[in-house]
Design a protein around this ligand. Structure first.
Ligand code: MLT
Length: 239
């Protein structure tokens, strides 16, 4: 198995993607929200790039079945039900509901890799389950940190490195690209204090400044669920 990490969130060639399992990661906070919401019983998640599209799509579903969530500038969007803090996505609120999410980077990233053979949502919350699923699928792997408006994101890269570690630990022969090896080295640097990587990151600092620092500790928890979210036909559902 060949394991690669794309450090910058530029859309890879569709031809390459059709031969890869792709793991999208937006640790702060889109994929952490998705994993947590599904673990709390959300029925499905529709990730969309813009808020107008999200509002229109919500109107196509029966009243009471669908919640609108996400952020712009890390704040809840006007007229939406939920923001983008994972702690808002509790069982009482989301169980059985369809979620329509739109965020600055994370929801767009799924559409950038939509021709992937299998597309999974990864986070620290479910990293071991994702490693296991990638090995079961047995395809070459592209880890796709969704970055920060085109820039490198420390927290996404560290999580990619933790996923590399999870795969290496299973003892199967894997071939790491330089980027995958670099992500693994970065993970080793923060292995015993993951939350520190989130605090040092640009987006982590922005969230702290907005009074949303509690989300960093939440998103830095590891292996609290074995949910594996799969994106197919525009919808993310738990595997
Ligand atoms: C994103 O998609 O860019 C993030 O989830 C932003 C955030 O939650 O603040």
């Amino acid at each position: 198995m060949h394991v690669d990490v794309q450090f910058l969130p530029f859309p890879p060639s569709p031809d390459l993607l059709t031969r890869r399992t792709v793991v999208v990661m937006d640790i702060l906070r889109a994929t952490s929200v998705m994993v947590h919401a599904l673990s709390q019983g959300a029925a499905e998640i529709i990730p969309l790039a813009n808020s107008e599209e999200a509002l229109q799509r919500a109107k196509t579903f029966p009243t009471g079945t669908t919640l609108l969530g996400g952020e712009r500038g890390s704040r809840k969007i006007e007229g939406f039900d939920l923001g983008n803090s994972p702690t808002e996505y509790v069982f009482e609120r989301v169980s059985g509901k369809r979620l329509i999410l739109t965020t600055t980077n994370g929801t767009k990233a799924f559409h950038s890799v939509s021709s992937g053979r299998e597309i999974l949502a990864g986070s620290f919350l479910n990293v071991e389950a994702i490693a296991q699923r990638c090995l079961e699928l047995g395809q070459d792997l592209l880890l796709f940190p969704s970055g920060d408006e085109g820039r490198f994101s420390l927290e996404d890269a560290v999580c990619a490195g933790m996923l590399v570690e999870g795969i290496l630990k299973k003892g199967r022969p894997v071939d790491l690209t330089d980027a995958a090896r670099a992500a693994h080295i970065l993970f080793k640097e923060f292995e015993n204090h993951l939350v520190e990587a989130l605090r040092l990151s640009n987006h982590g600092k922005d969230l702290i400044a907005l009074g949303l620092g509690g989300d960093l500790a939440f998103c830095a928890q590891t292996d609290v669920t074995d949910i594996v979210p799969v994106f197919a036909d525009g919808v993310i559902r738990a595997h």
